[in-house]
Design a protein around this ligand. Structure first.
Ligand code: KG4
Ligand code: ZN
Length: 371
């Protein structure tokens, strides 16, 4: 996955196309406009949380229908608030819910065709990886330095990446659940609703992270891959043993706060376990974190502390850009277009699996710039 031009870590971007971004991979419909320096002009989002809440998780068919309803009016508002028309349309083409992706892909293709504007398909992960470089205070996007160590932790992914010489390669992955998925499951059993990460984060602030002993399993064959299912099951067992299932539906007491703090600490320990080794190995200029779990208070605090202790700059996206948004998709799209990447909307399909290799993506052994 090629992300950015190299060697431009000091200067701001210039001459990027003004870009409309569209994101519909899961349960947020998002549309954004970025200017030619990667500055966010408009960044709107319509959440489907309320539509899915009665079912305790995202219902794919419902998600597609909600995207269909929300996209036209979101588009209208973004175009009305933006300072100009787009020169490029960028859309998430995968991975994600296939029906939801198709709504965005077809919508973006039709719009780019009607406007005779180039189209670029973006990998959702690429969007997350670039989100720390965006700014909400009206400043241009920060160029990606030569060597970056990047954590992506969301509801679907938990991986460390290396961004080097403008290309991304995955260094580690979860072998089972994603970090966000485990937050959501534990919150669901506690009756805290979906998505659970923000609720656990809130409760953890008043809990004792040492109160409940939870495992931090390491894999036999890898020091850097993750496993969250054992930790999640241990937390769920503890909740059942203490008869705290659904306790969050009323007023959660101190035991729930203790479990939240203990679980959060264990997940963060897992995510950061390989950090020091990866820093020694890859000597990054910058460490970043993105994806919904990068909104987590403890993870952000611990990452900043680790950066200070290990003398590496840590760059975190503003909380509202950690979760799914279209600004990150627009930025990934405009950087891809500046390398000459584009797609034909008449042939563009959505891809459901993260194993799909977007144009320019290369395995670590052969990471190189293309275009
Ligand atoms: O990036 P995202 O919006 O969607 C995916 O690409 O998956 O991430 C959503 C995930 C959910 O699992 C949610 O519970 C988690 O991010 N999350 C958090 C926090 N805010 C969102 N997890 C822990 N602490 C948070 N503050
Ligand atoms: Zn995401």
């Amino acid at each position: 996955m090629v992300l950015a031009r190299t060697g431009d870590s000091q200067g701001a971007h210039d001459g990027l196309p003004r870009t409309l971004g569209i994101e519909t991979s899961c349960d947020e419909t998002a549309v954004a406009m970025l200017d030619g320096e990667g500055r966010i002009e408009v960044n709107l989002l319509s959440s489907q949380v309320a539509a899915h809440a009665p079912y305790g998780g995202v219902v794919p068919e419902l998600a597609s229908r909600e995207h269909l309803k929300a996209l036209p009016w979101l588009m209208e508002r973004v175009l009305a608030e933006a300072r100009g028309m787009p020169k490029l349309v960028a859309v998430t083409a995968g991975p994600g819910l296939i029906g939801s992706l198709l709504v965005g892909v077809r919508f973006a293709s039709a719009y780019s065709w009607a406007l005779q504007t180039p189209l670029v398909a973006v990998d959702h992960l690429e969007g997350h990886l670039l989100s720390p470089f965006l700014d909400l205070e009206g400043r241009p996007a920060r160029p990606v330095p030569d060597r970056v160590l990047a954590l992506v932790a969301s509801g679907g992914h938990s991986s460390w990446f290396r961004l080097q010489a403008g290309a991304a390669s995955r260094l580690s992955r979860t072998r089972d659940d994603a970090a966000g998925e485990s937050f959501d499951k534990v919150a669901q059993v506690l009756g805290l609703g979906y998505p659970g990460g923000p609720q656990i984060d809130r409760l953890a602030r008043s809990g004792d992270p040492g109160a409940v002993a939870l495992p931090r399993p390491r894999l036999k064959d890898s020091r850097i891959d993750f496993s969250f299912s054992g930790l999640k099951s241990a937390a769920v067992r503890w909740i059942r043993d203490q008869r705290l299932e659904g306790a969050g539906e009323t007023r959660p007491g101190p035991a729930v706060a203790d479990l939240a703090a203990s679980f959060e600490a264990a997940v963060v320990d897992q995510l950061l376990a390989p950090l020091e080794e990866l820093i020694v190995l890859h000597r990054p200029d910058l460490v970043t974190a993105s994806g919904g779990v990068a909104a987590n208070t403890l993870l952000r605090d611990r990452l900043r502390a680790a950066g200070e202790a290990l003398s590496v700059e840590v760059l975190l996206p503003p909380r509202s850009l950690t979760t799914d948004n279209a600004a990150m998709i627009a930025h990934a799209g405009q950087l891809a277009a500046s390398r000459g990447i584009g797609h034909d909307g008449r042939r563009l399909d959505a891809w459901a699996s993260s194993s799909w290799q977007p144009p320019g993506m290369r395995k670590v052994s052969s990471a190189r710039r293309v275009g």
